[in-house]
Write a protein that binds this ligand. Sequence first.
Ligand code: GDP
Ligand code: CA
Length: 332
Amino acid sequence: MQKITVLSGGMGGARFLQGLQHGIRTGTLPGVSPDAEVTVVANTADDLWIHGLKVCPDLDTVMYTLGEGIDLERGWGRSDETWSVKQELEAYGVESTWFGLGDRDIATHVVRSQMLEAGYPLSDVTTALCRRWQPGVRLLPMSDDRVETHVAIADEAEPSGKRVVHFQEYWVRLHAEVPALAVVVVGLDQSAPAPGVLEAIADADLVVLPPSNPVVSVGTILGVPGIRDALVATAAPVVGLSPIVGDTHVRGMAQQMLTAIGVDVTAAAVGVHYGARSDGGVLDGWLVDTSDAHHVAAVEAAGIACAAVPLMMTDHDATAAMAAEAIRLVRP
Ligand code: GDP
Ligand code: CA
């Protein structure tokens, strides 16, 4: 196996990719050659313009994590970060102080914003940024078009009884503590896959849905017109790993997002939500955690191969073992 394509969000996707790379390097992935190429199609619906800068949280989390520039403790942003710009902005009373941009991180957003203003598409900008970080994967945004996830929340002060906030405001400012009533992805229907995305799915030997958020990471990628069809049509097997373990998300806010779209917070419900490729869905195989072994039958009944294996990404070896199990499930 030479070409592996992964549809990724931020933290969950990046951790999985570290384990996948570790597995490739150490030769522990069945049938995968040591020089296998990994293409990452990253979610860009978390992106926002803030203080005049274009910020792409999921692209940057993947780039910094694989390029060893990530702050390991926070799981986002740059290591050895300082916060002078943030403090100065606060002193001016500039709004959106809830979104923390570190000084080092800002350099990335300045470079990106300048290139976008000069007319380069996000995919070219991402390639340029990766020249510095050398993430060891080909990193593609899902789309060069502006797509933004917004979340409807209850607000009694509004005549409609609700208010819509940017996904980042929901997550970073409100800590996903208020119930999400709906998820609206602005611009998704009109967006097009970035150059190389459809080819990376069509030409792959294996496509992986890592344990990323099924709604606001993988869900938005699948919503870019053409991408879901490419998954349905590819000759490569498509395998996913559940981000839900023991009926809850491990970290993040997948639970709130699933509830907002009416999908049960179980490993089985997420697998069935993605659906079997034999039935117009996107999966040939779905891994659930050992603690969710009782869900295997329901997934298999939906026409998806399923196995229960440890799915906690505690270290690179454990994550590489998850990747190996995913491959075994669809390429026995
Ligand atoms: P984000 O963009 O930073 O939210 O990252 P992703 O969308 O890529 O992944 C977030 C999701 O990863 C979380 O909501 C969890 O459900 C899942 N996750 C995080 N750590 C683990 C883990 O160790 N095991 C599993 N199975 N899922 C995890
Ligand atoms: Ca994200």
